[in-house]
Design a protein around this ligand. Structure first.
Ligand SMILES: NC(=O)c1ccc[n+]([C@@H]2O[C@H](COP(=O)([O-])OP(=O)(O)OC[C@H]3O[C@@H](n4cnc5c(N)ncnc54)[C@H](OP(=O)(O)O)[C@@H]3O)[C@@H](O)[C@H]2O)c1
Length: 245
């Protein structure tokens, strides 16, 4: 399979490294210098490319989607921060009849974790002896809090545990309501990302924990998504990849 990399920062380089291990060919590398406003995406650079993988920036990615769609190529999007334009992108994908798969977190472990959490929440919904809370830890350079992944986990809990009605982020400074799902964040050192969901009752406690160790997990997930997307049309997420396996 032939890939064009759109973005060659931390993640682009990691995708290139993991692609070599999987015998996937990187045909093109486009970064800011040779792809301002998607202008590096041409008939020539897209020749023989099966799927483009984008780990660029929230502003660059929309230009890239337009240009890649123009040449009828499929695209895996790892870049975050553009989801307010999801409707516009859905329209492009439909009109140009391409395949596009996006995910805010390509880690296979996290995507399996979502499934485990959905099952756990489904069962704990039946037993109101159990309270539930979420805890996440990341490196001190992280700009957003709570993490997007913690918010996605919070959504799963709210969807399945009917006695939880809303998320409460950070310190409450007072007693929290039983209907609130408490999400706390810590920022320390160099932690790639740790997420914990705690189901606690008087009798026992169940803790689900995910620990990210390197960036390679995100790169591997994006490449598996690209292999899966080859030849498909329409909008997909990692959930589609996992449920089809
Ligand atoms: N979904 C996931 O699992 C996941 C995991 C990790 C990160 N991310 C997201 O992926 C994105 C990239 O992360 P990163 O850590 O790799 O960032 P980064 O190290 O800052 O790299 C960003 C890259 O985008 C390039 N770029 C800027 N404009 C471009 C354009 N017009 N066309 C092509 N490339 C362009 C930059 O090129 P220059 O080098 O020329 O400036 C740079 O190589 C972020 O949005 C991040 O949140 C997602």
């Amino acid at each position: 399979m032939n890939i064009a990399l759109l973005g060659y920062g931390n993640m682009g380089k990691e995708v290139e490294r993991v692609a070599q291990e999987r015998n996937i060919t990187i045909k093109q590398i486009l970064k800011l210098a040779n792809n301002l406003q998607g202008m590096g995406i041409t008939a020539e650079t897209m020749k023989d490319v099966d799927v483009c993988i984008d780990f660029s920036t929230p502003t660059a990615v929309i230009h890239n989607i337009w240009a890649v769609a123009e040449y009828g190529k499929n695209m895996v999007v790892g870049t975050t921060g553009w989801y307010d334009k999801l409707k516009e992108v859905e329209k492009i994908v439909k009109e140009k009849k391409i395949g596009l798969l996006y995910s805010p977190n390509f880690s296979l472990g996290i995507n399996v974790f979502y499934h485990i959490l959905t099952t756990a929440a489904h069962y704990f919904d039946k037993f109101d002896q159990y309270d539930v809370a979420l805890r996440e830890t990341h490196h001190r350079g992280k700009v957003d809090s709570p993490s997007g992944t913690a918010l996605a986990m919070g959504q799963i809990v709210l969807q399945h545990i009917r006695r939880k009605k809303e998320m409460l982020h950070e310190t409450a400074h007072k007693q929290i309501k039983p209907s609130q799902l408490h999400i706390t964040s810590s920022r320390v050192g160099h932690v790639f990302g740790q997420h914990e969901v705690i189901f606690d009752s008087e009798a026992d406690c169940v803790e689900l924990v995910h620990v990210a160790k390197t960036r390679s997990g995100f790169a591997l997930g994006a490449l598996i998504a690209a292999e899966w997307l080859k030849g498909k049309k329409g909008m997909y997420t990692m959930k589609d990849v996992l449920t089809s396996m």
